[in-house]
Ligand binder design. Structure first.
Ligand SMILES: [Zn+2]
Length: 114
């Protein structure tokens, strides 16, 4: 299995970022891969210091603490490398780098073993 963190170049450069609805985000990457993310899925993967212990890397946020009805209130591009979401639960401190988002998507794909 390849390591998604090793991806660089087109694979981590979004060609299009589209908020399909308040609960669905679609990113088309420079290498042609299309990834869809649901709001609760992204919220649960929040990489901020409130959701992940910055010393141990352990996730503090419990999956069931995030409602399936969670919505994206707003999103903005940070610099040229990341997205920041404002969620309907009021949380807005997570900075999701494009590399991180691509990695989340790759992990959700059915990858052949070996
Ligand atoms: Zn967070």
């Amino acid at each position: 299995m390849f390591d998604a963190s090793e991806r660089r170049g087109a694979a981590i450069e979004p060609r299009e970022i589209k908020q399909e609805s308040n609960a669905l985000l679609r990113i088309t990457w420079g290498d042609g891969q299309v990834c869809e993310y649901s709001a609760p899925q992204l919220r649960r993967a929040c990489p901020c210091a409130q959701c992940v212990n910055e010393w141990t890397g352990q996730r503090v946020l419990k999956a069931d603490a995030v409602s399936e009805d969670l919505a994206i209130n707003d999103l903005q591009i940070v610099g040229r490398y990341a997205l920041n979401f404002r969620w309907s639960d009021g949380h807005e401190t997570g900075i999701y780098s494009f590399r991180y988002l691509r990695g989340l998507c790759d992990r959700n794909q059915e990858a052949p073993v070996g």
